[in-house]
Structures are given as C-alpha cells and as structure tokens.
Design a protein around this ligand. Structure first.
Ligand code: SAM
Length: 265
C-alpha cells in the first residue's frame, strides 16, 4: 500500500508517539541499503553470533506447511523454507528493492509464493487463521507499532500456529565499546524510537525491554514456548565478527540476539 495513505496513530505504553515519517525514512534507507544486506544472516541463521536453526530446531519439520515471513528482505529465508518442503511461501517487506530481490531469489521455487510490499504494521491483504508458521528474522524491531504488528500476526495464524522471531538483544545497543572497555551508554529502561548510529542514511529502530516483548505477546494471545539468549562463539564467528557492529568480544559479555518461539492460543 502507498505510504502516503499510511498513518500510525498508536501510542505505545512507554508514552511515545510515531507518525508515518519514520516509515517513509526507513523505506528510503532500506531501498538504499538493500544490496548490502542481500542474503545476510537468513535462516538457518537467526542473526549475528546467535545459535542457528540447525542447533535449535525451533521450526521442526515444515514440509507441507503454509509459512509467512514478516520483513522477508531478499527472500533467502523463504528460499530456506522452500528447500525444506514448505507448501506455500508468503512474505512482506517495506522495501521495494528487497521485494524485487526476493522475487528473483524465489523465481525457481517449486511451490506458490506471494510477496507484498507493505509495512508490517498493516495487513496488505493476508488471509486470517491461515498460516501454520509466521516468522520474522531480524525485522520485528523495525516496526513503529509493535502492538498492532503482533495483533496482525496473531490473526494470520491458525489456532496453535507458531510464531518465531529473532531480533537484536535489547542490551546490545545500550553498551558501547571503547577498545577493551564496555560502558552502559543508555538506560535499559528507556524504550521507544531511536536513530541508529551505524546507518549512513537515517534509520529509526525501536527498542523495548525483554519484559515488554513478553507482556505484549501474552496480552495479544500468544503462549510463550521458548526464549533464547545464547551466543555462538565459534572460530568462524570470531573471524566473521572481528571489529563489526556485532562484535565477538561484546558477545562474550552480553547476547547480540534474542529469539522467541510462541504459539497462538
Ligand atoms: C535485516 S532485514 C531482514 C532479513 C530477512 N528477514 C532475512 O531473513 O533474510 C530487515 C528487513 O525489515 C524490513 N523492514 C523494515 N521496516 C519494516 C516495516 N515497518 N515493515 C515491513 N518490513 C520492514 C526491511 O526492508 C528489511 O528488508
């Protein structure tokens, strides 16, 4: 749907208000940045320095299932679902460039796929009570209205359907590294929108405490099955994440990523 027609009027409990400006800015930034993120950390990865699906097996056997990817990016996680026998592939993403990339990545899939260029805060025409699994790999924290997004996800799922997501751990951006010293640069209690320091183009992410995710999920009607805060610290991780935004040394102290598995009650 065109962003000109898209308004967010929600107030989050933390007390902040957002309007369509953040979404318009983020869409532009993602269109600019998309090629840098092409195929970065998709399933079976959950994110930088996080354990992978091969270790966690949260999805189980997906063969024959209908799956929806929220913030599907370049479509590589949907391709993973296709390679593992999912029956229907659905995805949505804010960025035109990401959706175009995903169309190409999924061109050779052997089952139907449906992609929507849309903010996750809206339902762009997705069926209700339909999906066996909805998942989101490193995208959910971009939503400008978490409550509304979770409510939509809840309606897309069948009863007992599974919702799995990964996102940056809320402690990660509160800690700043200066050589060997790590400082708490921001209060853990502070929630809401912030301008991400690692982005060249302006980009607005949202930060919440872990308890906020848990309470919002419960309020929306999810049962929480698992919360994972483990890190992966293999030699390969050390090489991949030397002096990166998500650094190996920081991951030895605090998680980079958290992963949650829930079911629709
Ligand atoms: C790190 S990428 C996700 C990668 C992808 N999930 C994968 O597995 O390869 C984050 C994605 O979130 C999308 N995004 C950001 N804000 C969004 C929003 N409000 N609604 C939908 N997608 C959004 C971006 O366009 C980007 O493609």
């Amino acid at each position: 749907m065109p962003l000109e027609n898209f308004y967010i009027i929600g107030h989050f409990r933390g007390g902040f208000t957002l309007d369509k400006t953040s979404l318009t800015i983020n869409k532009h930034s993602w269109d600019e940045a998309a090629t840098r993120f092409f195929g970065r950390n998709p399933l079976p990865e959950y994110g930088p320095l996080a354990p992978s699906e091969e270790e966690l097996n949260l999805f189980g056997d997906v063969s024959g299932l209908r799956v929806l990817d929220v913030g599907c990016g370049s479509g590589h996680s949907l391709k993973y679902m296709n390679d593992h026998g999912a029956n229907e592939l659905w995805g949505l993403d804010l960025s035109t460039v990401q959706i175009t990339a995903a169309q190409k990545v999924l061109e050779k899939s052997n089952v139907p796929f449906h992609l929507f260029e849309s903010p996750m805060e809206e339902n762009p025409g997705l069926p209700r009570d339909y999906f066996d699994i909805v998942y989101s790999i490193y995208a959910l924290g971009w939503t400008t209205n978490m409550k509304q997004t979770l409510q939509h996800i809840h309606t897309y799922l069948k009863k007992d359907g599974v919702f799995i997501f990964s996102w940056e751990h809320p402690l990660h951006n509160r800690i700043r590294r200066d050589h060997d010293t790590f400082t708490v640069a921001k209060s853990y209690h502070e929630e809401g929108s912030y301008k991400h320091p690692a982005w060249n183009e302006p980009a607005y992410m949202q930060q919440y405490r872990i308890s906020t995710y848990i309470n919002l999920l419960i309020e929306t009607g999810f049962r929480i099955e698992q919360l994972i805060e483990d890190v992966s610290l293999t030699e390969e991780d050390r090489e991949r994440h030397e002096n990166q935004w998500y650094s190996y040394d920081q991951a030895k102290l605090i998680p980079t990523t958290f992963i949650m598995k829930c079911t629709k009650k």
